[in-house]
Each structure stands twice: as C-alpha cells, then as structure tokens.
Design a protein around this ligand. Structure first.
Ligand SMILES: [Zn+2]
Length: 375
C-alpha cells in the first residue's frame, strides 16, 4: 500500500485549499465528511453519497464496537466492504461518544469503563483498544483516543483533562505503530484557554501526527466562543498537516472555520435535519413541515441540481414529510448533503482563485436573506 500525504495547493488569508492523498483516493480540502454512524449515512446509498461530492465518510467507533462489533466487521472484510464504500473512511476514537451516550462511565488513567446504551453490557475503552478497533474496522484516518470535557468547565478541570489526553495521545501513537497508507490524527484540547491549547499543540507536535484535530469545540459553547477559539487554535498547529474541526456544523460555522484555517469538518446535521423535515439551502434553513409549502409547485431550490430539487416540488416534500414517508428523509438528506458539498466546492474554488473574502461576504448575505417569497 502506498503512503498517505497532504499537500497544500493554495492559501487565501488563513483559508487553505489542498488534497489529502490516500491509497483509497484523494480527499479535496476544505472537506466536509458526512457521518455514517452505524456503517450507513442514514437513508442514502453509498453511491448516492459519493455523487453529492463526498470524498470521505466518518464512522463512529463507539457505535460500531457495540454493534455489530469490530471483530465481526474485520471478519467480514472490513468496514469499506461491509458498508459498500470503497473510498477513504475516518473513524473517531470513541471517547467523545462514550462521554455523551454511555452510562455508568468510570474514567481512570488507563481509560474508560462504561455500560452500552443498547444492552447495558460492560466495556473497556483505552487508547490501545481504540487503536485496535479502528485497525479492525480498516479506517484510513484514525483518531487518537482523548477525553473531551463538556463546556463550560473550570481551568483546573480543563488542564487536567488536556494533560490526560496528551498522555493518551502518546499511547495512541505507540499503539498505532507504523501503518503505511493510514494516517493517525492527534487531537488538541484545552477548552477556550489559549495557553492550554498552545501547550496541547506543542505536546502533540512533539509526538508527531499525520494531521491534527481541534477537539473539544461545538459542545455547547456557541458560535461566538467557538470562532474566538478558532482565531488562535489552528495557528498553533503545524502548517503542513491537515487540520480537522470535529463535529461542525451549520453552514455558517463551516465557512467561518475555513476562514480561520480549518481543512476538514464532519457533522450529522445535513442527514439528521433531513430526517426531521429540515432543509439547508443557499437562503438558509427551510422547514418543509410548514403549511406554506402545501400548495407550492416550485422546487426547494430552483438553482440546485440534486435529484430532490430536479424532480420534486415543495408541495410533495411537505406531503411526504407530514406523512412520515421514508422517501422524505432520503430526498431531504440528499439535497442537504448536495448543498453542503456544493458549499465546499465553492470555497475550494474561491480559495484557489484568491477571492475567499468576497465569497464569504456573498455567502453570508444570501444565507441571511431568508427563504423565497410565498407564491
Ligand atoms: Zn437540491
């Protein structure tokens, strides 16, 4: 297997455009990764997710280790084969979801013990086990195992947690070993504290990773605080490696993060919103459950080339959403993923052509303009 690498092709202000090359294909950055939590992007066939422009999917270690189990996936030929997605997959380390989903968690220096939210079975998750699970799944981009404290948290707690995550980062690096063609990303912690973030970045850089995530954000601190932290956090990380902001976000969060030097993002929002009748368009969020769409023969977005907008009216989307038809989630997820990928493509082109600032201004004006007028 060949090596995996990252090359930067263009810079515009702090925004960057590049390519992560892996043996399973290239990932164009800035990249948005749809979330395939339980080995599926809910309601979508993999080839259709690919057709929206996605180069890489995210899989969740926590969910997959509980069901169907990492050893079973490995036995069946790995996650790519299992879920019929042959392009790159990034997996998280499981740490964040243990903290948000599992019960009876016990945190020690060694790792986390918890009970499954599915059947109450007891599990251990350590840096070593997380690396093993992600290897069994066959993940192309592996995340170091870390601890993510909920915000707000006091400085003492943030510092202790960050120090623990750095010791776990070292153990993750050792357990990952040398795996050509696969990448291991470290995760910066430190809450909103600039000096803790700096210390974390130094510790990670010393260990040496193939990419670096800004962790511990998008956990309820709000956009202003998140952007405040992103004004310095990405600058503390190595310039020649990809920078990944985990769990973000809404379209405006994504554009703001790219403007601050972030290269990769993931979020359940386009697919989760799609399943609850919410669409994201160039003109902001649209709720298809709203009665104003009941007689509207127009597409969701007349300028969108996705199958949902090409062939279905707002009236139909309103009807299938209200009737809880399966196709409602599929059509709206399809549109949302298409919109997100088009936004990424627009940013990559703007950065390459040195016009990112005007792209951002136009995006904000149009996004804030609200949905089209009633007929
Ligand atoms: Zn569309």
């Amino acid at each position: 297997m060949g090596a995996a690498s990252f090359s930067l092709n263009a810079r515009d202000g702090k925004a960057r455009c590049g390519v992560i090359s892996t043996p399973r294909g290239d990932i164009r950055t800035p990249a948005f990764m749809p979330v395939g939590t339980a080995a599926t992007v809910k309601g979508m066939l993999p080839e259709n997710v690919r057709a929206t422009g996605a180069d890489v999917l995210l899989g969740n270690t926590y969910h997959l280790m509980l069901r169907p189990g990492a050893e079973r996936v490995a036995q069946l030929g790995g996650l790519h084969k299992f879920m019929n997605w042959q392009r790159p997959i990034l997996t998280d380390s499981g740490g964040f979801q243990v903290m948000s989903l599992a019960s009876l968690r016990k945190l020690t220096e060694k790792g986390v013990t918890f009970r499954s939210h599915i059947d109450g079975m007891k599990y251990d998750l350590t840096p070593e086990r997380s690396m093993e699970i992600q290897r069994l799944l066959g993940s192309d981009i592996v995340m170091a195992f870390d601890e993510c404290p909920a915000l707000p948290a006091d400085r003492t707690r943030l510092n202790e947690s960050m120090q623990l995550s750095m010791r776990w980062a070292q153990r993750s690096r050792e357990a990952f070993g040398d795996r050509p063609g696969h990448m291991l990303f470290g995760i910066q912690q430190g809450g909103l504290e600039q000096d803790l973030r700096e210390e974390s970045a130094k510790a990670l850089t010393e260990i040496g990773f193939d990419g670096y995530a800004v962790g511990g954000l998008a956990v309820g601190e709000g956009q202003e605080a998140m952007f405040g932290c992103l004004d310095f956090a990405p600058d503390q990380l190595p310039e020649d490696k990809p920078r990944y902001l985990m769990g973000v976000g809404k379209p405006a969060d994504i554009v703001g993060a790219v403007a601050r030097g972030i290269d990769m993002m993931d979020c359940v929002l386009p697919s989760r919103s799609g399943r609850t009748g919410q669409a994201w368009t160039r003109r902001g969020q649209v709720n298809l459950r709203n009665a104003r769409h009941a007689d509207d023969p127009r597409p969701l977005d007349e300028h969108c080339s996705c199958p949902c907008c090409q062939s279905y009216s707002r009236a139909y989307l309103h009807h299938v959403t209200r009737s809880k038809e399966m196709i409602a989630g599929t059509l709206l997820t399809w549109h949302n993923l298409h919109y997100y990928q088009e936004l990424m493509e627009g940013m990559r082109a703007a950065i390459s052509e040195g016009r990112f600032a005007s792209f951002q201004t136009d995006f904000e004006a149009e996004f804030g303009s609200g949905d089209i007028e009633l007929l």
